[in-house]
Design a protein around this ligand. Structure first.
Ligand code: NAP
Length: 371
């Protein structure tokens, strides 16, 4: 059986990965070894079979015995350990959730429902590093990968509505703390339906802008507000999150001619679903029926939602999609700008297709490949 080392399995992405692997019985075909940077010697996760105690995730000798290493530990860990392993002559496969190696020449960004052909070609040519993509990019491609495959997209602009989970577990907590601060401050006015609405509004604004409002993680109120900036600033004026849309999409698809992709990435007060409004310039006028068919047939998880209020409110929202692998795509229509201008809205669970699921599926692909 293949020896697979897991690092970062108890973090946020790692925990979702463990749940999915248990649900899909993925541990059956591998010999797993769990490591940690802080809990060496303690008991590993319950995966339904006996496993050794937690190993040292910084011990290159232990890791070198693995056929495959799957890490959700983060870029700092990758930066420290990956070169040491390769320099020690380790020839195994490296699967990683962190962005550190994504743009390297000898790495492939994995999203197999969209780029299985790229993954297969890379395996045949001896590539050993398979890296999960940026969550927003992966979710956008799960939604409209079919239109890219048919080469219908001349350019694409995405305006995002991104969840707190993308910034980490502490940020998810802070969002709820912010919500509860607002709720507590406004309670007496809410309990009195006859109170003036402007008084309620003033009270909410006061608490959001007060020094006691919890903003340590986000640096600004998110509940009742939004933050139109995610990640570091690039020289272009884009945020790094916005830059990834162009760089990673073209790398995932290995496009011959780079397709322009740009937009504005915004953090909003949802827990774990990212949403995006896309504007697409098509290469030619394609009917809405045909577009819907291509999207629907591109993979088994995407689901076209009819363009009406009832279905959009019921199926095209973070609360409907959280915890599910389904990627709904709705509000599909042509824009006033002309028949080649398409708009649509899509939602996806960023901890599933945006993080853990492509890693889980890559491990399965490798297990089958190495049989
Ligand atoms: P995380 O939750 O911060 O976990 C990373 C590590 O922190 C854990 O493996 C664990 O390592 C340690 N840790 C310390 N205290 C912990 C606690 N109380 N509970 C659990 N773990 C604790 O990291 P993450 O958000 O999953 O992200 C991991 C990587 O995936 C990053 O590179 C990130 O950029 C990437 N990624 C994240 C997302 C996302 O939505 N969050 C999406 C796509 C990709 P030890 O056992 O060694 O202590």
């Amino acid at each position: 059986m293949l020896k697979v080392g897991f690092i970062g399995w108890r973090g946020m992405v790692g925990s979702v990965l463990m749940d999915r692997m248990k649900a899909e019985n993925d541990f059956r075909d591998i010999e797993p070894l769990f490591a940690s940077t802080s809990q060496v010697g303690q008991k590993g996760p319950d995966i339904g079979k006996n496993i050794p105690v937690l190993q040292d995730a910084l011990d290159v000798k232990t890791l070198s015995a693995m056929d495959i290493i799957l890490t959700c530990q983060g870029s700092d860990y990758t930066k420290e350990i990956y070169p040491q392993l390769r320099n020690a002559g380790w020839k195994g496969y490296w699967i990683d959730a962190a962005s550190r190696l994504r743009m390297e020449k000898d790495s492939v960004i994995i999203l197999d429902p969209v780029n299985r052909d790229v993954i297969d070609k890379s395996l045949s040519s001896g590539i050993k590093n398979y890296i999960g993509g940026n969550c927003t990019v992966s979710l956008m491609l799960m939604a409209v990968g079919g239109l890219f495959k048919h080469e219908y997209i001349e350019w694409l602009s995405t305006m995002t509505y991104q969840a707190a989970s993308g910034a980490g577990a502490k940020n998810m907590r802070e969002l709820i703390l912010q919500m509860s601060s607002i709720g507590n401050a406004a309670k007496d006015l809410l309990d009195k339906p006859s109170s003036a609405i402007l008084e309620l509004d003033k009270r909410v604004l006061e608490i959001m802008n007060s020094s006691s409002f919890p903003v340590e993680q986000f640096g600004a109120p998110l509940a009742g507000s939004l933050i139109p900036w995610i990640d570091a600033k690039m020289e272009t004026g884009q945020s790094r999150e916005e830059w990834k849309g162009y760089a990673e999409t073209n790398k995932i698809l290995q496009t011959k001619k780079q397709i322009p992709i740009d937009g504005i990435c915004v953090r909003i007060g949802t827990m774990r679903c990212h949403s995006q409004a896309l504007t697409i310039k098509l290469r030619k006028n394609i009917s809405i029926d045909k577009i819907q068919k291509i999207i629907q047939e591109s993979n088994q998880w995407v689901k076209v939602i009819s363009n009406d209020k009832e279905n959009s409110s019921k199926y095209l929202t973070p609360s409907a999609v959280s915890g599910k692998l389904t990627v709904p795509v709705g509000r599909i229509r042509k824009l006033n700008m002309g028949p080649e201008y398409l708009t649509l809205f899509t939602v996806g669970d960023q901890l599933l297709w945006g993080a853990a699921e492509p890693l889980r599926r890559m491990l399965r692909i490798l297990v089958d490949y190495m049989k």
